[in-house]
Ligand binder design. Structure first.
Ligand SMILES: O=C(O)CCC(=O)C(=O)O
Length: 391
């Protein structure tokens, strides 16, 4: 790329913000950018991209992921500590997380951008309010369209850029566990604990400006980022904006982990890429993996009786009927601390995920994702064993 500092003596080459130029280039509508330089990490034949093998994890896998041996994990020479996992979800199981992001996570006690405009109470469900046309005003119908972000766990304060003890709600155990599992498979940290997350809901014209994530007290713990729905271009840089970032494509199901030198690297999302419905993972009207009669690796660790989870008879539970409110205490609580309760929780969550995926109708979620990209961005806030008293 041409030296953009040429002819501008006021700009020191070291300080020149090449990242911003790249962001503007990929954001531009007219003329649209040339996407041929955007790296498709899973198919790239560039010598800078390397597929790596992962390690046998110490944790058992949560339901819905392909066996870790089959994961396609890539690194890039210019982004040490950056890992890209090409959609490791079993067919049909991305929907579990998509539903969590659209239907569950925007509910109280979590915070979202709509709090500035309307008073949401316990039990209000933005997705359901947006669906029911007869009882509510037309403004309610657009609530889900106005959703831009949700925060979980320690709620990131956008103004102060701080986490504080008083802005905290329980971090959902399933998201904590799946993040720990991912970090474990990559061999990054035995003590990872998800304590905060930002869920971003991108519209087709949304962008995320160049930034680095440094509000956490623990800046060594990796950052885990999940993409669902429409594709995006992510610009991945270094710790200085004077370095040109690498543009990479992110698609539905892809997971990025930023660790080591990449943990504090500048990154941005300059563009959402319209992805034809036929190219989205669910276009083939796929059934959950287990329904295809395949005995997969993950089934070896399933020990629970799916009919009796959390004291409920699951054979009576059709979550498509929206009758899963009784499960909220189970799915919205933190991961149990002691290992016996954690094992019990683990059996229950696996059955819950299976049932939730098999019994739900995801058509409306798929429709929503024809225009939306969701990103779940998970962080550990504290060093192991520390809390606010220790900072
Ligand atoms: O949307 C993405 O892929 C990145 C999101 C991000 O960087 C953030 O929330 O800090």
């Amino acid at each position: 790329m041409a030296d953009k500092t040429a002819g501008d003596p006021s700009k020191d080459l070291q300080e020149y913000d090449i990242f911003r130029d790249s962001f503007k280039y990929f954001k531009k509508k007219k003329p649209p950018p040339d996407l041929s330089t955007v790296v498709e990490l899973s198919t790239s034949d560039s010598p800078e991209v390397e597929r790596i093998s992962v390690l046998q994890p110490s944790l058992p896998p949560i339901r819905g992921l392909q066996p870790w041996q089959d994961w396609k994990v890539f690194c890039h020479k210019h982004m040490p500590g950056f890992f890209y996992i090409r959609n490791p979800f079993l067919s049909g199981y991305q929907e579990y997380w998509i539903r969590r992001c659209i239907q569950d996570f925007p509910c109280k006690p979590n915070l979202c951008n709509l709090d500035a405009h309307i008073e949401l109470s316990d039990g209000d469900n933005i997705w359901e309010l947006s669906q029911s046309s007869d009882t509510l005003s037309s403004q309610d119908k657009t609530l889900v369209d106005r959703l831009r972000w949700v925060t979980l766990g320690y709620h990131h304060n956008w103004d102060t850029k701080l986490y504080t003890a008083d802005r905290h709600s329980p971090f959902p155990a399933d998201l904590d566990y799946v993040s720990r599992y991912l970090v474990d498979v990559l061999g990054l940290s035995a003590s990872f604990k998800a304590e905060a997350a930002i869920i971003n809901y991108y519209h087709m014209d949304s962008t995320l400006a160049p930034h680095s994530d440094h509000s956490e007290f623990n800046l060594e713990a990796p950052l885990v980022s999940f993409s669902f729905g429409q594709s995006a271009i992510m610009l991945m840089g270094t710790t200085t904006k004077a370095d040109e970032p690498v543009p990479v494509f992110l698609h539905s199901g892809d997971i990025v982990v930023m660790s080591g030198a990449s943990r504090l690297a500048y990154h941005a999302v300059p563009r959402i890429i319209s992805t034809a419905a036929r190219l989205l993972p669910w276009s083939k009207a796929e059934k959950p993996h287990s329904e295809k009669g395949t005995c997969s690796h993950h089934e070896q660790i399933s020990t629970s009786d799916s009919k009796n989870v959390g004291g409920r008879d699951w054979s009576q539970c059709d979550s498509s009927a929206g009758d899963d409110t009784l499960l909220k205490p189970f799915i919205n609580s933190e991961l149990p601390q002691n290992s016996e309760s954690q094992l019990e929780w683990f059996k229950n969550i696996n059955s819950y995920i299976d049932e939730s995926v098999k019994n739900s109708n995801f058509e409306l979620f798929h429709k929503y994702l024809q225009q939306i990209r969701i990103n779940m961005n998970v962080r550990q806030v504290f060093k192991p064993g520390e809390t606010f008293q220790d900072t």
